[in-house]
Structures are given as structure tokens and as C-alpha cells.
Design a protein around this ligand. Structure first.
Ligand SMILES: Cc1cc2nc3c(=O)[nH]c(=O)nc-3n(C[C@H](O)[C@H](O)[C@H](O)COP(=O)(O)OP(=O)(O)OC[C@H]3O[C@@H](n4cnc5c(N)ncnc54)[C@H](O)[C@@H]3O)c2cc1C
Length: 384
């Protein structure tokens, strides 16, 4: 027999739990019958989210650390940038999962089940989720699962390995985060290090690449070891935690809705194709969904002109990097050196106006970018 709900949240990761938490803040939605499905409970600190924002969000109380200064480094430019009124923030995955799960415990109308979703179908009046064990239906299904049969346009992979290290001596400045250090070898393609100190002797050091293929495990470990020894001048440290991740950087147009199914998170196109940043886009998207549902409107909003504009910029930037028309280190150096950091962060957040966009564009070589932009505009026109 099919069990019925008002809403089903299929996939209880960043997008699913952000949506649930936001729904539970709304008196109109607090008593809705909500089913949350994932294939396993979240028990591990499987990822660290970093993002920037001006105002504190609903997750401020669980922010692990924040910085108002960012260091950008390449072979030709080195600067510590004051990003106020922005703060660059770090949120640990497990803190986020526990926080939302704990908040949901106060609502007996919210049910969690651990089953594997195999298919989701939209019907005229509802949508149906089929798992390895049961069938469930709801007015709307919010899905963040990418099914293996989905073919995603190949782009670049943002892959990274991070080591959380602890030193004996106080060697870090916890008020400055290294956002991008391109002084490392660029032999594989666009490659940089993050150094995110959360205390004067603890930091997350992350080796990050935008390339088509992953490296061997030893390559990540050796790069981290060399950087910690040679650049950070640290000879002895304790390895507290490791994280590895792969984020697709693609021009793929993800299907955002299909009748009563709304795709969210990476599955719904909320990962920015040219940077891999997702967390804040998930927050904006889930906030919009909740606003629509509260007003009894369909939760899906058609992409605005602004969204399509930034999709075009992302596709152009990705094409330039993927086809090696310009080195990532040079490109990001141009952008950070010639613009104020607040405008760059606003641009990466898809929040700049046309004049600011033009300023950013004028900081990169037009002879490289213009032909790619023209090609992408024609592709967009002929594909619609
Ligand atoms: C290690 C790592 C670090 C990252 N760091 C950042 C960062 O610093 N900043 C940033 O903006 N972005 C970051 N990202 C990118 C992005 O924010 C995350 O991937 C984010 O978790 C995406 O949210 P999501 O809800 O789309 O997917 P997920 O959080 O992966 O959630 C999907 C959920 O679906 C479940 N699931 C999958 N298949 C099934 C199935 N068949 N049946 C049932 N359940 C299923 C999974 O268990 C999971 O819980 C990072 C990604 C990774 C992997």
C-alpha cells in the first residue's frame, strides 16, 4: 500500500535538510506530513562547507569559524584582502546534520526513513517515490538524488583532499583564511591550496584541482605534505581528520522540475558550474521554495534573466578553463588583482548588476573571452 504525505524530501543531505529546516520555521508548514528519505543516517563529518555572506543566516549558531580577511596568492600577486561586510564561514557537515535532525525531533509529523530510492514519478495530482522496500506519494517531492542512469555533460571535476592538522607551536593566524594559493605546481591544470586556520595551531589545508581526471591518492598526499613543509614551514604536525571530495563543474542544464517533482541541490543545478560553490545557492533556492509553498504556489520558479545571465558567464569561464585557453592561476589573479574583493564575491554569488559584470569582464583578456561568449550565446539561442 502507498503511504501518503504532503511533502517528501528525497535525499537528506545539504539541500534536503536545509529545505526541511526552513519548512519547520514556518507556522503554515510546521504541521504538514513530511517524509524524509535517505539511504543511511548521517553519522560522519563527511564534508566541510565554506561560503561567504554579509548577514548571519539561520545556521549562524553552528558556524565553526569565520574570517573577514582572505589571502590570495599567485606567483605575480599576493594580498590579504579585507572582505567586510562579508565573512568567509566554515560549517562542519556533522554539526549541520545534527542540528537539523535535533530540530526535527520536536515535530512528530516529520518522519525519517532509511531506504534506497530507485525511482521518482510525477502524476497529475501527486508524485510517487519508489524505494527498495516501499512506495510513497506526496503532493510534491523535493529530490536531491542524482540517479546513476542520468547522463551529465562532461565538464571539469573540482577534486580536493583536505587535512585538518594540529601543530605544537602557534603558527597560524586564525583571522586570515588563505582562499586560493596558486603558488603550487600547475602541472595538472588549475591547482591551488586553501589554508583555513580555526585556531593558532589548527588549520584545514586543502589541495584543490579543477581538472578532467582525478589524481592518484599519493599525489594528493604528497602535495599536502610538501606544501605544509615547504610553504607553511611546519615540520611536525598531528593529522586530526581527512576529507576528500569531488564536485562536478559542468555546463549541464540539470532538470529542475518535472510536474510535481522539484530537484534541489546539485541534482537541481544549484552547484555553480565555474566554481563548484553550492551551499549558498542551496540556501537561496530552498528559501524560495518555502516562500512559494507558504503562498500555495508551485515550488518551482522559472529561471529569471539574471539566472540565465550568470549561467552564460559560468559556461564561458568553464569553457576557457576546460579548453585551456587561459591558465586558472592567471585568470583568478586578473580578477582578484583588478577588482575589489567584495565585488568579486558578489559576482561569484550571482548578485552583481550589469555595470559590475562589465568591470569584472574588463579585467580578463577580451580576445580570449569574447569569442567563447559569442559561441555560447549562439549555442543558447539554437538550443532553445
Ligand atoms: C567533501 C565536500 C566538500 C564540499 N565543500 C563545499 C564547500 O565548502 N562549499 C560549497 O558551497 N560546496 C561544497 N561542496 C559541494 C556541495 O555543497 C555539497 O556536495 C552538498 O552536500 C550538496 O548538497 P546536496 O543536497 O545536493 O547533495 P548531498 O548533500 O550529497 O545529499 C544527497 C543525499 O542523497 C542521499 N542519497 C543518494 N542516493 C540515494 C538513494 N538512491 N536513495 C536514498 N538516498 C540517497 C545521500 O546519502 C545524501 O544524503 C562540497 C562537497 C563535498 C563532497
Amino acid at each position: 500500500m502507498t503511504s501518503s504525505y504532503d511533502y517528501i524530501i528525497s535525499g537528506a543531505g545539504c539541500a534536503g535538510l536545509s529545505l526541511l529546516y526552513r519548512m519547520l520555521q514556518e507556522p503554515v508548514l510546521q504541521h504538514k506530513k513530511i517524509l524524509v528519505i535517505d539511504n543511511a543516517p548521517k553519522t560522519k563529518n563527511d564534508r566541510t562547507w565554506c561560503f561567504w555572506e554579509k548577514e548571519n543566516s539561520i545556521f549562524q549558531s553552528i558556524i565553526h569559524h569565520q574570517w573577514d580577511q582572505l589571502n590570495f596568492r599567485s606567483n605575480t600577486y599576493n594580498a590579504v584582502l579585507n572582505i567586510e561586510p562579508y565573512n568567509y564561514k566554515m560549517l562542519q557537515g556533522l554539526d549541520f546534520y545534527n542540528y537539523v535532525m535535533q530540530a526535527a525531533q520536536a515535530f512528530p509529523n516529520v518522519k525519517f526513513i532509511y531506504e534506497t530510492v530507485t525511482e521518482i514519478k510525477s502524476h497529475q495530482a501527486n508524485a510517487v517515490v519508489i524505494t527498495n522496500a516501499n512506495v510513497y506519494s506526496a503532493q510534491y517531492v523535493f529530490n536531491s538524488i542524482i540517479f546513476s542512469k542520468q547522463k551529465i555533460t562532461k565538464g571539469l571535476l573540482q577534486h580536493f583532499k583536505g587535512w585538518l592538522i594540529k601543530t605544537e607551536e602557534p603558527v597560524f593566524n586564525a583571522s586570515v583564511a588563505t582562499f586560493m594559493d596558486f603558488t603550487v605546481s600547475q602541472q595538472h591544470g588549475t591547482t591551488f591550496m586553501y589554508v583555513l586556520p580555526t585556531g593558532n595551531n589548527v588549520a584545514l589545508v586543502e589541495y584543490t584541482l579543477f581538472t578532467e581526471e582525478l589524481l592518484k591518492e599519493d599525489d594528493y598526499n604528497n602535495a599536502l605534505k610538501n606544501y605544509i613543509h615547504q610553504q607553511l614551514q611546519i615540520t611536525q604536525f598531528e593529522l586530526l581528520h581527512e576529507e576528500f571530495g569531488v564536485i562536478p563543474m559542468t555546463a549541464h542544464s540539470f532538470v529542475r522540475t518535472d510536474g510535481n517533482i522539484v530537484n534541489i541541490g546539485t541534482a537541481g543545478g544549484d552547484t555553480k558550474g565555474s566554481s563548484g560553490y553550492t551551499f549558498q545557492f542551496i540556501q537561496k533556492r530552498t528559501a524560495q521554495i518555502v516562500t512559494s509553498v507558504v503562498k500555495n504556489q508551485h515550488p518551482f520558479k522559472k529561471a529569471s534573466f539574471v539566472k540565465r545571465k550568470f549561467k552564460l558567464y559560468d559556461d564561458v569561464l568553464l569553457d576557457v578553463l576546460q579548453n585551456k585557453k587561459m591558465k586558472g592561476a592567471e585568470l583568478f589573479t586578473c580578477i582578484f588583482q583588478k577588482n575589489n574583493p567584495q565585488t568579486v564575491l558578489q559576482f561569484l554569488d550571482n548578485e552583481t548588476g550589469l555595470l559590475q559584470d562589465l568591470k569584472i569582464m574588463s579585467s580578463v583578456p577580451m580576445k580570449i573571452f569574447l569569442p567563447v561568449a559569442i559561441k555560447k550565446i549562439f549555442q543558447a539561442i539554437f538550443n532553445n
